[in-house]
Design a protein around this ligand. Structure first.
Ligand code: IMP
Length: 195
C-alpha cells in the first residue's frame, strides 16, 4: 500500500458538483468511490500490521464517526472500538488553537495496542494533545490513522502512521467533516470554493 496519497502538489481538480452551506459554496473534491477505495487500502494495511493482536480503535468524535465505521469494516482481524471527544472549531473555519477533552475513553487502555482514528489533521494541535492524553494510560503501542492531512499546516514533529490523503491547506467538508455541524452527511468530500 502506498504510505499516503499525496495530493498537495496536484492541481485541485474539482468537478461541477457544488453545495452551499451557511452562504459559502463548496465544490466536490474527492468522490465517494475514491474515498472508499483508499479506506479499503488502509484497512488492508492495518489488518496486516495488527494481525497478531487485537487493537482498540479510538475514534475522535464527532468528525471521524463515518470514516471509523468504514475503516473498521475494512479491517479483517479482531478489533475493538471506543470514542473520545475533543472541543471543535464550532462554526469557524480556522482552529481556535485551544483543545479540551469533552469526553474521555471508557475502555482500559493500559497494555493495549491503541489506534487513534481521526478525520483530519490540520494544525496537529488536537492530535498532539490526544496522543499525550492517551499515552498517560500506558498503552502497549499508540498509532494514528487519519483520513486527511494538511501537511503544510501541521507542526512538523507529529508522527502520523496511516494517512489516507495529503491535501492542500483548504477547508473541506463532507464524509463526517462539518461546517457549523452541517454537511457531515455528504458521501463525497467538498472543498471551499474561494472564488
Ligand atoms: P487541528 O487541531 O488544527 O489539527 O484540527 C483538528 C480538528 O479540526 C479536526 O478533528 C476537525 O474536527 C477540525 N478540522 C480541521 N480542518 C478542518 C476542515 O478543513 N474541515 C472541517 N473540520 C476541520
Amino acid at each position: 500500500m502506498p504510505a499516503t496519497r499525496d495530493l498537495t502538489d496536484a492541481p485541485v481538480e474539482l468537478d461541477d458538483a457544488t453545495v452551499t452551506y451557511r452562504g459559502d459554496r463548496f465544490r466536490r473534491y474527492l468522490d465517494a468511490d475514491t474515498i472508499q477505495s483508499r479506506v479499503a487500502e488502509m484497512g488492508q494495511q492495518i489488518s496486516a500490521d495488527y494481525a497478531d493482536t487485537t487493537p482498540i480503535l479510538v475514534s475522535v468524535l464527532n468528525g471521524a464517526f463515518m470514516f471509523t465505521a468504514d475503516l473498521m469494516r475494512a479491517i479483517n482481524t479482531d478489533c475493538e472500538i471506543d470514542f473520545i471527544k475533543l472541543s471543535s472549531y464550532g462554526a469557524a473555519k480556522v482552529s481556535s488553537g485551544e483543545v479540551h477533552e469533552l469526553k474521555s475513553v471508557d475502555a482500559e487502555l493500559e497494555g493495549r495496542d491503541v489506534l487513534i482514528v481521526e478525520d483530519i489533521v490540520d494544525t496537529g494541535l488536537s492530535m498532539d494533545f490526544m496522543k499525550g492524553r492517551l499515552q498517560e494510560y500506558n498503552p502497549a503501542s499508540l498509532r494514528v490513522a487519519t483520513l486527511l492531512h494538511k501537511p503544510t499546516a501541521t507542526e512538523p514533529d507529529l508522527t502520523l502512521d496511516y494517512v489516507g490523503f495529503q491535501i492542500p491547506d483548504l477547508f473541506v467538508i463532507g464524509y463526517g467533516l462539518d461546517y457549523g455541524q452541517l454537511a457531515r452527511n455528504l458521501a463525497d468530500i467538498y472543498i471551499l470554493d474561494e472564488d
